[in-house]
Design a protein around this ligand. Structure first.
Ligand code: FAD
Length: 444
């Protein structure tokens, strides 16, 4: 017998909101998907706003469950390791996996969002409402107020799910009601996007790698796009003597990049224009509790737990939230007041674990990846993975290539480190030392 269900409101037709609408439609719910922007499928992409992102196993697993993996992957480029660019000398490739064939996937954020919007729109019972910015929410009644081009409108739903991103208005409303507490930890660092266009119709750099320019206080990364360009993201403090605020003229910009990123200069003809006109984005970690109020209003994705982007996991984690919420609804027989607290109970420790790993990975990417000891440690780790298949996996592999819960990854890596840490560290130091001596020998 088909159960007649009430319409669920999802606020935010971003990555998590659209996927959630697909999952809810599969459960038989009518869904109203409210989005503050106009329909992005008909408009222009905002300049300099995270044009691509890395999708890995957790995100793919979620897409697979609603039959969207193949369609999304058709536009993705596999990235099998890191290419480290020193200030001087040749770039060095470090594979992500011991086998060398496991890849994360570089994908256009806009194309991914549009594919998910199309998927949501094609599901029976899903209604899209663009140009609807949530500005009011009563968590007792589920009454929402939206600003639209025609003025304010209201709507009521028995369940309201906030998938409206790091600056969530749903979270803001709950905060205003005293129904939750939040903490926002902003980094002193911001980010700016720059572009490396194709050269002679081809990629200017190896498209099979995430390119990293580790520079200690600053760092740049680049991911390939299907149009054969690369989107670079420069991470740098927002204020201070060496910061985004410190480069005031085209000459200063050129001088800075020529000193710290010399190999970028011939590859980025629009560097100065990009630098001067692309915005500086903020980076931070959002924590809040509870993630639900009255079993009626819930938060997920960045709205509940935004993280810094250094593990490439924010969207993957948001997609995993959708899978877990669907599982909780299964287990609770679609009883929302039971499913929403269960969802928080299952996901909060995992969100906290990836938040911490993402912050740690910033230090690894900007400082450590270039060090000979780090590179040797990766080689030892890969050797251990080959020697102990299934029993030893690096943190990166567990996070990016499995769906092992993040909190469990954290525990497993600590356990592995207790047992094998001294062996790994000893072997890595010996390897790095040998490489140094042999290198000197060759030069001498
Ligand atoms: P969003 O994608 O932000 O979607 C929120 C939606 O809600 C938007 O459409 C917004 O317009 C809408 N909205 C907002 N307010 C309202 C309102 N008041 N009313 C109605 N609608 C509203 N993640 C990865 O997995 N891999 C990566 O490589 C990666 N790289 C990143 C690089 C950078 C520089 C940054 C900043 C982030 C990166 N992320 C990455 C993180 C990823 O972008 C986010 O985790 C992901 O977008 C979260 O999805 P979401 O649906 O929760 O939020």
């Amino acid at each position: 017998m088909m159960v007649e269900r009430d319409e669920i409101a999802v606020v935010g037709a971003g990555l998590a909101g659209c996927l959630l609408a697909c999952f809810l439609a599969r459960r038989g719910y009518p869904v109203a998907l409210y989005e503050r922007r106009p329909d992005p499928r008909t408009g222009k992409v905002e300049r300099g706003r995270s044009i691509n992102l890395a999708l890995s196993e957790r995100g793919l697993d979620a897409l697979r469950r609603v039959g969207l993996e193949q369609q999304v992957m058709a536009d993705a480029l596999p990235v099998r390791g890191r290419m480290i660019h020193p200030v001087e000398g040749e770039p060095q490739f470090q594979s992500y996996s011991s086998s060398g064939d496991r890849a994360i996937n570089s994908i256009s954020r806009g194309a991914l969002n549009n594919a998910l919007l199309n998927a949501a729109a094609s599901r029976p019972g899903v209604r899209l409402a663009f140009d609807h910015r949530l500005v009011g929410l009563d968590p007792d009644t589920g009454e929402m107020t939206f600003e639209t081009p025609q003025g304010k409108v209201t709507a009521t739903a028995p369940v309201v799910l906030g998938a409206d991103g790091a600056g969530s208005a749903v979270r803001g409303q709950l905060l205003g009601y005293g129904a939750l507490t939040e903490s926002l930890d902003f980094l002193d660092y911001g980010y700016k996007e720059l572009t490396i266009p194709p050269v002679g119709g081809d990629f200017a750099l190896d498209p099979g790698a995430l390119h990293i320019w580790p520079r200690g206080t600053s760092m740049m990364i680049a991911l390939p796009n299907p149009d054969r360009s690369f989107t670079c993201t420069l991470f740098w403090p927002t204020h201070g003597t060496a910061s985004f605020a410190s480069l005031g003229s085209p000459a200063a910009i050129e001088r800075y990049f020529a000193t710290h990123y010399p190999d970028l200069i011939p590859l980025a003809p629009n560097l100065v224009d990009d630098y001067q006109h692309n915005p500086v984005g903020v980076l931070g970690t959002v924590r809040c509790a509870p993630w639900q109020v009255n079993g009626k209003v819930g938060l997920l994705g960045d709205a509940a737990h935004a993280i810094v982007p250094f593990y490439g996991q924010g969207a993957n984690c948001a997609f995993e939230d959708v899978v877990e919420l669907d599982r909780c609804l299964d287990e609770c027989g679609d009883d929302w007041p039971a499913a929403l607290p269960l969802f928080q109970q299952r996901r909060q420790a995992n969100a906290e674990a990836i938040a911490r790993m993402a912050l740690d990975n910033f230090v690894e990417m900007r400082d450590k990846v270039a060090s000979p000891v780090f590179q040797a440690r990766k080689k030892v780790e890969h050797a251990l993975e080959r020697a102990l298949p299934g029993r030893y996996m690096s943190q990166y592999e567990l996070v990016s290539f499995t769906t092992t819960p993040y909190a469990q990854v954290h525990r497993q890596v600590r356990r592995q480190y207790r047992v094998l840490g001294p062996v790994t560290a000893g072997a890595a130091t010996a390897l790095a030392g040998a490489a140094l001596v042999l290198g000197r020998g060759r030069r001498g």
